[in-house]
Every structure is written in C-alpha cells, then in structure tokens.
Design a protein around this ligand. Structure first.
Ligand SMILES: Cc1cc2nc3c(=O)[nH]c(=O)nc-3n(C[C@H](O)[C@H](O)[C@H](O)COP(=O)(O)OP(=O)(O)OC[C@H]3O[C@@H](n4cnc5c(N)ncnc54)[C@H](O)[C@@H]3O)c2cc1C
Length: 443
C-alpha cells in the first residue's frame, strides 16, 4: 500500500472543499483535496451563487474568470399564490457591487475554482479518490485511507498522512460517520422532485418564480433555455406518487402555469424526475483531535433560500483564515491545530444556527401548511400579512434580499489570499511564510 503525506487532507471537492483548498494553498499550506468523482458534473447540486460568494470571488481576484462562465442573474424572487402574485425579495436594491443571485451550473463554478487552486504550487486535487477510512494514532486522526476509483491498473488502496483532516464530503459524510461526532437531526416536511422544462424567450417569466396553492409548491429557476423545476412533495410520498401516470404531473404543471402549454410534455417519463431527499441536521461538535467537519458535513442545509453553497463557502473561508497560521508552521503543532479547529465552530455556529432556524420556521409555517399538514394553506383568499406589507412598501423587499443574498455574518478573504483580477494564465507567488503569525491572517 502506497503512503503519501500532506499537511491538510480535505475530503470532498464540493464548494466547501475546493474553496478551503484554494485559500489555504494561497497561504502556502500543503493541501490535498480528495474527490471521489472524476469530474464535477453532477446535476443534483444547487446552482445559486449568492452576493457574499460573488464578493469573495472578487476578493480572490477571480471575477474576470467567473464573468466568462455561463450564468444568469436573478434580481427578484416572486411567488404566485391563489390570491395573486407577490414580489418577495428584490436584490437589485442591495447597495453592493453584484446585486443579484447568479445561476451558474455548479460544475462550471467548481472547475473555475479548482483551476485557480491548481495554479498554487502547494495544492493537489486527487480525482477518483474515495476516502474509505481514517488513520488514527493514540486517539488522534492522523490521515485518511483512500481508494482509487479510476479503474487504472496499480495500487487501488492508499494512505495519506496529514496533520489535519477536514471533512467536506457533504451531508452523507463518511468521515463524519467514522469520527462518531454527535449529530442532531431535525424533521423536514418535504422531499423535492427535480426536473427540467423547456423555456422560450419572450413572454416566459425570468428569474425565480414560486407557485403556491393548496397541496402544491413549485419553484422554477430560469436557466436560459430551460427551467430547473423544484416540485415539493410531502416527505416520503415519492413511491406513492410515482404509481400515477406521468400525465398526472404534466396536467398538474399545466394547471399551475397555463402559459407552459405543451412544454409540460418535456417531462417524458418518471425517469426524468429525480428525487432529492431533503435533510436538515447539525453536528453538536464539529471537530475532534485531528479532524474538522465543514459545510453540509457539519450542517446539512434544506434547499429553502438556496443558501447551502453559500454557507459551505463561508465556512471554508473562515476555516482557512483560522487554520492557515498554525498549518503553515512546520511541523504543525497538533494541539494548536485542534484549538484552531475548535475556533472554526465557534465562528460559524451562530450563522449556521440562525440560517437553519429560519429554514425550520419556513418548513413549519409555510411548507408543511401548503403540503397539507395544516387545515388551511396560506394565500387562498388574500396574501398573507408579510407579503401584503412587502407589496405595499417595496423598499422592505431589501430585507429578505439581504438575508438570502448576503446572509448572516458574511466572511471575507484574508489579505494574503487576495489577488487583483487576473486572467486564467497568471500565476501567483505570494504566500504566508512558514510559521508566520501575520496579523492579517488572524480572524
Ligand atoms: C434538493 C436540494 C436542492 C438544493 N439547492 C440548492 C441551491 O439551489 N443553492 C444552494 O446554495 N444550495 C442548495 N442546496 C444545498 C447545497 O447543495 C449544499 O448545501 C452544498 O452543496 C454543500 O456543499 P459542500 O461542499 O458542503 O458539500 P457537497 O456539495 O455535497 O460536496 C461534497 C463532495 O464530496 C464528495 N465526496 C463525498 N464522499 C466522499 C468520499 N468518501 N471521498 C471523497 N469525496 C467524497 C462528493 O462527490 C462531493 O463532490 C440544495 C440541497 C438540496 C437537498
């Protein structure tokens, strides 16, 4: 079995893992990201890039590259209830450089970030690398064991020794399970059907559009020539609903949005409709000696507000800022690494708790009510009071826009990770010196 060594092993190349790797590598920390897939082409990932993430992209000097990706801006979130339409949030009112949410296929975003990270000499991305176990010594995690899934001939089992293992492997985190860190699971009222419908130019609504009526809640996200549809169903109802002919779903969509016309036939069969199970949970403790969990591995987010990617990225930036000074010291002091890892939870717990609490309130107060767990779905005869208020005083639409677009406690790139905007070919050289306690690297 081949053994390799790194300073920080990051398990999972999603938004949390790639951003953590990029920012740590810019401090000169030796990082290895292990991603079990060969590419980032996964359709089920969310595609929203929020205001605070775009600010970070700016600070990291990557805006020019981001601007070249195929994204669409969403400035307003609107909902149509039986009582009429309403604008819920207006991001164009935010006093920021990028006052919108960018809808960008996540694989493009991750490709761009990974390419920027690979320009740093201390960054390594291992694709087809599935972490299967943790290495331990004296009660401390000292690395990972991983399997090469590329199918190429040679060793398939490898050991990677590390001062710190960071679990960024999502809501079914293998690393988290192996650590046995205590997890708190919250009930959710819904699962999501995820499918596409063709979108025409012209009169078709742009941006994000919600449709709410008794028993049904559908969100359509404008992705240019198609809509990404999130159709909410009661938790656990998938198998029962799928016994109906697919025409039932098409009729339903046409009834909710008559303007769709024959385009509902774009859902050819149930095979086109993916089930995404919604989870909302949070670790009580995010770290143990030698290991730290971030992003969905620490706190799986509901799709409400589409904020999971943003939170994962904010976690990663805060973690890099707190960990870089201790990881850049050679050799890293295990006790100092563990203290820094514990500080990451203290920094990110409050925004995570606040965001998940908002999602749980939306689950109970809106989604459960609409999907039939309460007597009366909201908005049948008149718009609910908060929506009436938002229509009467449109300036207030900046409040939900801020909460969703910017969020609680946005993080900023540490000064040593910042770059001026650069074309893809430019290479970076400045790094946090080994052992530096550079003030600008401190939280
Ligand atoms: C139905 C639904 C819709 C959503 N829509 C949105 C949205 O529109 N916008 C939004 O912001 N958020 C959305 N979210 C939430 C969002 O997808 C997550 O919060 C976000 O992806 C978390 O990022 P992450 O980097 O922590 O984990 P992930 O994105 O899950 O990345 C984890 C990575 O780890 C890899 N991995 C897993 N196990 C291993 C292993 N053993 N070894 C090596 N690699 C491994 C995976 O392949 C993956 O690349 C949605 C969630 C759901 C359920």
């Amino acid at each position: 079995m081949a053994e390799q060594r790194t300073t920080c092993a990051i398990v999972g190349g999603g938004p949390a893992g790639i951003v953590l790797g990029l920012v740590l590598a810019r401090a000169g920390v030796d990082v290895t990201v292990l991603e079990k897939h060969g590419d980032f082409l996964r359709d089920f990932r969310g595609d929203t890039v929020h205001v605070s993430t775009m600010t970070l992209i700016d600070e990291l000097g990557l805006w020019d590259r981001f601007a070249e990706l195929p994204w669409k801006p969403i400035e307003q979130a609107r909902v149509v209830l039986d009582a009429g339409p309403a604008t819920v949030a207006d991001l164009s009112r935010l006093p920021v450089r990028h006052p919108f949410i960018a809808m960008v296929p996540q694989w493009h975003l991750l490709d761009m970030l990974a390419a920027a990270a690979e320009e740093e000499p201390t960054f390594t991305l291992l694709r087809h690398a599935e972490v299967t176990d943790l290495r331990r010594r004296g009660g401390r995690v000292t690395g990972v064991r991983w399997r090469d899934r590329s199918g190429e001939v040679g060793d398939t089992e490898h050991d990677l020794a590390a001062y710190l293992v960071v679990a960024c492997d999502g809501r079914s985190s293998r690393v988290r399970d192996l650590t046995g860190l205590p997890l708190r699971d919250y009930p959710v009222p819904m699962d999501v059907w995820w499918f596409r419908l063709p979108r025409g130019e012209g009169a078709d609504p742009a941006g994000g559009l919600g449709r709410v009526t008794e028993g049904r809640f559908v969100i359509m996200l404008d992705r240019g020539d198609y809509y990404q549809v999130a159709y909410l169903i009661p938790r656990g109802a998938d198998a029962e609903h799928r016994r109906q002919p697919i025409q039932t779903l098409r009729d339903d969509l046409r009834e909710l949005h008559p303007w769709l016309g024959d385009r509902v036939d774009g859902v050819a069969s149930w095979d086109d409709v993916k089930l995404l199970r919604v989870t909302l949970d949070r670790l009580r403790r995010w770290s143990a000696p030698g290991v730290l969990c971030l992003g969905d591995a620490a706190h799986a987010m509901s799709p409400v507000g589409g904020v999971g990617i943003n939170l994962a990225v904010q976690d990663a930036v805060a973690a890099a800022r707190l960990l870089a000074p201790v990881l850049a010291a050679a050799p890293a002091d295990p006790a100092a690494v563990d203290r820094a890892a514990a500080r990451v939870q203290r920094r990110r717990w409050w925004p995570t708790w606040a965001t998940q609490t908002g999602q749980r309130i939306a689950h109970r107060g809106v989604i459960a009510a609409v999907l039939g767990e309460s007597e009366q779905a909201p908005g049948r005869e008149r718009l609910p009071l908060p929506l009436r208020l938002l229509q009467r005083v449109p300036a207030l639409q900046v409040v939900p826009a801020y909460l969703v677009g910017v969020g609680v406690l946005p993080e900023h790139a540490p000064s040593w990770a910042r770059r001026d905007a650069q074309p893809a070919s430019a290479k970076n050289s400045s790094a946090l010196p080994s052992g530096s306690t550079n003030d600008s690297a401190q939280p």
